[in-house]
Ligand binder design. Sequence first.
Ligand code: DQA
Length: 141
Amino acid sequence: MKLLIINGPNLNLLGLREPDIYGKQDYKTLCEMIKKACNGIDYEIFQSNHEGAIVDKIQSAYGKVDGIVINPAAYTHTSVAILDALKAVGIPTVEVHISDINTREEFRKHSFVSYYAEKQIAGHGLQGYIEAIDYLKEKLS
Ligand code: DQA
């Protein structure tokens, strides 16, 4: 089993970025938490600030990856391209948001990715990634 964990723009600045919303733990800490949760299974973590790079990564997962955990960050609310890439490869996907996008500004309430993702986890902080990994591990085993 292989999982791909994708993080969109500005998530590399975790810890520095609006800590009252996204917490004080940095991106390296998130990667370490993911590594621990993926204990025993193959995984890859990918972060990009560029929409096309994320589309390319999703396309390249076809036939190689069994499950995707994605926090598209700001692209959640704008990217039909990321949605279409996920639909094209057909890999089981869980959408994660550190903050609760459903209780913030109006524009954050709409997610393009959720048209495809089988589950959305929002507002559980970094723990949301672990919940998503556990969900896919259980589903795919
Ligand atoms: C986010 C929420 C998005 O609205 C925002 O643009 C992000 C992070 C989250 O993890 O809570 O960059 O996806």
